[in-house]
Design a protein around this ligand. Structure first.
Ligand SMILES: CC(=O)Nc1cc[nH]c(=O)n1
Length: 116
C-alpha cells in the first residue's frame, strides 16, 4: 500500500480478532494472511498486534503486520488461498459469508511472532 493511502486519521489498531476455527492454522504458520473489508484495513505495517478470538476475546498470540494491500474480490487467487491454507473456492465462500457483496477488500499479511 502506498504511504499516501494509509489512513492516519485514526490510530492503527493493536488488536486483530479471528474466528476460533482459524487459530490452529495461525499458530502453525499455515495461515499468513487475512482478508478484511475497509473497516479493518487500517493496520500499520511494522506494528505488532494482539491476536484474539472473535467469539470470546481469548488472546492467543501476537503478530507483526507486514503489508496491507487493496484487492478486489474478483482478483482473489490461488496464491491468496494457499496463504489462507484453503482452496480458492473455500476462500471465496468464507469471504462471501463474512462480507456479503463486498467488492473492495484488503489483504493483510502478518508474521505470527508470539504464542500466548
Ligand atoms: C473476526 C473476523 O472477521 N475474522 C476474519 C475475517 C476475515 N478473514 C479472517 O481470517 N478472519
Amino acid at each position: 500500500m502506498k504511504a499516501s493511502s494509509i489512513n492516519t486519521a485514526e490510530p492503527a489498531p493493536t488488536l486483530m480478532t479471528f474466528f476460533t476455527r482459524f487459530e490452529a492454522d495461525i499458530l502453525a504458520g499455515k495461515k499468513t494472511i487475512t482478508i478484511r473489508d475497509g473497516s479493518e484495513s487500517n493496520y500499520l505495517p511494522g506494528s505488532t498486534v494482539t491476536l484474539a478470538t472473535h467469539e470470546s476475546g481469548r488472546v492467543f498470540g501476537q503478530a507483526k503486520i507486514l503489508t496491507v494491500t487493496p484487492i478486489l474480490f474478483s482478483a482473489l487467487s490461488n496464491l491468496h488461498a494457499e496463504q489462507e491454507n484453503m482452496s480458492l473456492d473455500e476462500l471465496k465462500q468464507v469471504i462471501t459469508d463474512i462480507y456479503p457483496s463486498e467488492q473492495q477488500l484488503f489483504v493483510v499479511s502478518f508474521q505470527h511472532i508470539v504464542k500466548a
